[in-house]
Write a protein that binds this ligand. Sequence first.
Ligand code: C2O
Ligand code: CU
Length: 478
Amino acid sequence: MNDDFHYSISRRGFLAAVASVAVSASTRPGRASAVDERLIKVAPNKVRFTGPNGPATSAWAYDGTVPGPALRLRQGQPVRITVENGLEEDTTVHWHGIRLSNGMDGVPGLTQPPIKPGTSFVYEFTPPDAGTFWYHPHADSLVQLGRGLAGALIVEEREPVAVDRDLLWLLQDWRLASDGQIAGGFGSAMDASMSGRVGNVVTINGTVPADQSVKAGERVRLRLANGSLARIMALRFEGHRPVVVAIDGQPCDPHEPEGGRLLLAPAMRIDIVLDMQGDPGSRHAVVDDFYDGLAYTLTNLAYDNATPLRAHPLDAPVGLPRNPLPEPDLAGAERQQIVLQGGMMGGGKLAGVGGMMGMATPGMNGGAAWAINGMSMTGDGHAGMMPQFTLKRGATCHLTMRNETAWWHPMHIHGFSMLVLSRNGSPVPHRQWQDAVLLAPKDTVECAFVADNPGDWMLHCHIVDHQMAGLMTVFRVT
Ligand code: C2O
Ligand code: CU
């Protein structure tokens, strides 16, 4: 499918892919079209969130580690990833944010049969876009993600980017009991109908963060990814001025975030460029202050004592090369709207709508707490989900998302990246393409994308409790 898909994306994308093959053929003989073969084993294992001397926590792991191995792939190079299921329940892998063919998207029932215990599934795709992505299960999602199954997926640019270091912070939030084990009680009615399962311990790349050592004068590309079930983050780098260069893997116009605060909801990724302008030996807090009254220091940037690498910040431009995304044709667009409904203190809207009848307490017994356009699709995905709307292949979809609830929702689209046009009527600057768009309570966001990739695709909130309790829908591209 991949060559096919490249061709259908756009002629430019196809030509870029061809050009890259030519380039890599000359610089890396014999590797250009070689398939990158990977194997990932899914199985329970013990991990130590607080370092080698801390308590062991029982978790579920990709290749034995939490998070799983950071997969580094190359833009335009085919990859074949075999996933072996060593759990005692079904699983799948969703390659979050990668534009791939529908059969490789990892939604059980909808795009593939689930991977049964003791069996494996082979995923094959060619990443068209360079950037920061991630992978996680789409079966029993709340429990499987909540017990540790997630990893970063980095697709490297064809030409290296001019930075001194390329760092990744995969941020994950855990609800740990006092014995250091992951607390049970997944999917409680309260979590489901309110802010989701927000935990009590945040890790960076699987460890409770110690200071991050940095050098004065260096330029760092920092890839931030929020792999939490529910925790929304707002990060401030004290004494520093991060420049956002990509959102959800897609390069944007480089810009400083509003108020210096990076809003990072579950499933979102933000790549920043940080010029380390602090003094040798100094220490600067990185603070997450999203939830009122619950600000905490995530970590500190700790400068070593060496003399600065350079006297002035690097002169090289920070912008990243654009990915071959098809340009929406807004004039000829087909308009669709989804309305998010439900949750506590917003439940009135649910009375008597389709699929919600007779619901006593929202989210009780794994039931529905939320709805999209009056319909609650619960769980992880399954066969026979009827599409909310159907798009003709190649058409531009102008999608309005309206949040009628009292809660925040990062809405994730599978298979596509959306150009974010406006928020509450104001144009969104910086050409932001996103696969997860965060809606504040009562927000209305307008987006657009070209429906170039056929199949049945999910669109859901990535606060996993919300997804499981009905904040999910499916659309079809024919
Ligand atoms: Cu990252 Cu359907 O999800
Ligand atoms: Cu939500």
